[in-house]
Design a binder for this molecule. Structure first.
Ligand SMILES: [Mg+2]
Length: 316
């Protein structure tokens, strides 16, 4: 398989497997998370798991919204915001892009925004946008912005910021999505995580006006804070990136993310997307890929993904 396609598939499955792996541990404090080697799709029987009725290997809101975004971007590479938000609403109401039609996990801010959207139908005005409305709910789904051609820094930044608007319109959330998506894009192009992160920071800073740069500064200052694995977009971003930087394989990376406790599925989703790109699809443990429910939904979307520009025709 072509290397770039393998990295994209690795990114999609990396985020979905990370999400599904983290679901049973969501909301747990770090002290109650099992030892690293025991973190698996099914936790030890002594562990009080979250979402007890959810079958092993089921992705949650993170995966469903990322697939909704991927579908929207396949249909329109510059992102039709109304169709995308309709897709989010279809997930919330009807369970689209879920393995079994069930919605068992939704962030408060996203729920609030989608309820307002359902009433008024405007994706540009339905999101809360105060300083405290900076959950990680748009960061967790932004990865597909890095997978769509034409890929330029301007396109990636634009897509990532726009996909955040319907639920997380605050500038901080938009810029966190842009930073992460730029980093992911450069990793798809073959850079390692350190170089990709450097590129993302420099490129985003250059693209911003002074007021936006101030907000980016708040995000970059988060590098100095300890990883909490929380739902705050700045902490969530750096918690996940640090898991990628601190490990040398997919399995250890997502277990590291879950070991932080709290918003385990989302930290593992954000970290797992990058690790999946870097190490490729085959580096995601076979048992976890096999355990993942809903693979047909993923494959159908990946089939529709335009091949990267340097993909040799006819090859697979
Ligand atoms: Mg979730």
């Amino acid at each position: 398989m072509h290397a770039k396609l393998d990295r994209i598939r690795g990114g999609v499955y990396g985020l979905l497997v990370g999400d599904a792996l983290g679901v049973p541990y969501e909301f747990s404090p770090p002290a109650s998370i099992p030892e690293r080697h025991l973190i698996d799709m099914s936790p030890p029987s002594s562990f009080a798991r979250a979402h007890s009725g959810v079958p092993e290997g089921t992705w949650s809101d993170d995966g469903a919204q990322a697939l909704t975004l991927l579908k929207s971007l396949v249909e329109c590479e510059s992102l039709d915001l109304r169709r995308f938000t309709d897709g989010l609403l279809d997930w919330y109401r009807n369970g689209s892009m879920t393995p079994d039609g069930r919605v068992f996990d939704i962030g408060n801010q996203t729920m609030q925004a989608l309820r307002i959207y359902a009433l008024h139908g405007n994706p540009l005005t339905c999101s809360p946008f105060d300083d405290w409305n900076n959950g990680n709910g748009s960061l967790m789904r932004t990865l597909p912005c890095a997978f769509i051609s034409p890929s330029t820094a301007t396109n990636i930044i634009d897509r990532a910021r726009r996909q955040s608007l319907p639920t997380h319109a605050h500038l901080r959330s938009q810029l966190a999505c842009a930073l992460y998506s730029l980093m992911a894009w450069q990793m798809v192009e073959g850079k390692g995580p350190v170089d990709a992160l450097d590129y993302a920071q420099d490129t985003l800073e250059e693209a911003l006006n002074p007021a936006e740069k101030t907000e980016l500064g708040i995000i970059l200052d988060g590098r100095l804070d300890p990883s909490m694995g929380s739902g705050y977009v700045v902490d969530s971003l750096w918690s996940a990136i640090r898991c990628v930087l601190a490990t040398d394989n997919y399995e250890d990376c997502v277990r590291e993310a879950i070991a932080l406790g709290n918003d385990t599925d989302t930290t593992a989703c954000i970290a797992g997307g990058l690790a999946g790109i870097f190490y490729g699809e085959q580096a995601i443990p076979e048992r976890w890929r096999q355990a993942l429910k809903g693979r047909a939904i993923v494959e159908e979307l990946l089939e529709q993904l335009a091949v990267p520009a340097d993909f040799p025709s006819g090859a697979k």
